[in-house]
Design a protein around this ligand. Structure first.
Ligand SMILES: [Fe+2]
Length: 415
């Protein structure tokens, strides 16, 4: 705060000292009004050794860069400076800047200053541990944050209070795919709120939803410009796998928005075969295969159950995170299209991070639903330090309704 105040005073000084020169004055005003904002952390590669940092400005200046160091108190020459890649795209007024930091050490905090002559942006982040036994890994899962901003902000605040290592987010960030105001509000909120009290920013692992896409379903990448340009993840960005530490693989899929479900099947099997020995394997995508509100026999759920679910079962996926229906849901353990308490997979969802919440089917009358009801919520997942136990907790808004699902209820392999 002190640093920011000093810089603000410097800004006034710059303004006053330039009054005699119109061009210089305009330049100073542009700089003063255009600080780096909407910082987002994602991963393109190994989360134990890399971090991708993205931010926006209104104007393209001569140099956009950041500095990072092990410690906020590092001496000046200990900070490493990195120039950003900058670009824009047709549907935005913003300039996007990003840096991928590589060669980092696992499980360490790094301090960052995004350079700006008036208002540099300061924060820190933490790489993930590369070995089990170090500490619990805490991460959140949710989706559907789109249209009730006040609720979304309440849930954002609840999310940051969990001190998570990262958030996996199963799509439908905003209501309108190319409405810049919607996206600005979403990114402004995320920037302001998805940060711990001590200034640690929380990375996101995003999946695409229908509201990121003009036309919603079976469209091209060009129809989802904000998703593809603002979240820099492993190519092709709509389906990718990330090893999140030594014991966890998270696979993100595109449920028919910019790529057909069927077309991802071969890639999915290749990934699952490659990582078959990974202890915990979690999948996220947007449209629920086992919905709490919409029809079980709608086209996309049927496709997912036909093409993806047999692979989930063949390779013993531990947990699947779904969204799109805007309700709280937990399925029974499912295998071969029936309840299987011994070897079934549990699917949780169905999105409730601010979207209008919906009444659900009655779980008692629908065999695949263990429980389902209308509730704003996200999920908190805690992977124990020894990598053996995954605790899954729904966190509801308003707080106070939280309860804990014991790990046995979702673990079909380890315990
Ligand atoms: Fe949706």
């Amino acid at each position: 705060m002190i640093l920011r105040t000093i810089y603000t005073l410097c800004g006034i000084f710059v303004f006053l000292s330039c009054q005699e020169s119109g061009n210089d004055l305009q330049k100073s005003e542009a700089i003063a009004l255009d600080p780096p904002r909407q910082v987002i952390l994602t991963w393109q590669q190994d989360p134990t050794q890399t971090m991708t940092i993205t931010w926006r400005t209104d104007e393209l200046m001569e140099n956009h860069s950041l500095r990072y160091a092990y410690s906020p108190d590092a001496r000046r020459r200990s900070w490493t400076s990195v120039k950003a890649e900058s670009f824009t795209f047709d549907e935005t007024k913003a300039w996007i800047h990003y840096v991928e930091l590589t060669g980092l050490k696992p499980d360490r905090e790094y301090y960052v200053i995004i350079d700006h002559p008036i208002s540099p942006e300061e924060f820190h982040f933490r790489t993930l541990p590369s070995q089990s036994g170090k500490r619990d890994l805490v991460f959140l899962a949710g989706g559907d944050s789109r249209s009730r901003r006040d609720v979304r902000r309440e849930i954002n605040a609840l999310a940051a209070e969990q001190f998570p290592d990262f958030v996996i987010f199963a799509g439908d960030f905003v209501n309108s795919a190319v409405n810049e105001k919607d996206w600005d509000e979403w990114f402004d909120d995320w920037h302001e709120q998805l940060i711990t009290q001590d200034g640690r920013r929380i990375p996101i692992v995003p999946a695409i939803g229908n509201h990121e896409v003009i036309g919603y379903y079976r469209q091209t990448r060009e129809n989802a410009p904000y998703f593809y340009n603002r979240f820099i993840t492993p190519e092709p960005r709509n389906h990718y796998a990330l090893e999140l530490g030594s014991d966890l693989l998270v696979i993100t899929l595109d449920s028919d928005h910019t790529m057909d479900v069927v077309e991802q099947t071969d890639w999915l099997e290749t990934i699952l075969e490659k990582y078959q020995d990974k202890r915990w394997k979690i999948v996220q995508y947007h449209v629920a295969a086992w919905p709490s509100v919409r029809g079980l026999n709608d086209e996309i759920p049927k496709k997912i159950r036909k093409y993806w679910v047999p692979l989930f079962e063949k390779y013993n996926i531990n947990l699947v995170i779904e969204a799109h229906d805007h309700a709280y849901k937990r399925t029974v353990p499912i295998r071969d299209n029936q309840r299987d308490d011994e070897n079934g997979i549990v699917y949780i969802g169905d999105g409730g991070w601010g979207a209008p919440i919906r009444d659900t089917k009655n779980a008692k009358d629908h065999w695949w639903l263990e429980e389902a009801f209308a509730a704003d919520h996200f999920w908190k997942l805690t992977l124990s330090a020894d990598g053996v136990n995954l605790k899954v907790e729904p966190v509801f808004r308003p707080p106070g309704r939280t309860f804990i699902l014991e790990a046995e209820e979702v673990d079909n392999e380890i315990l």
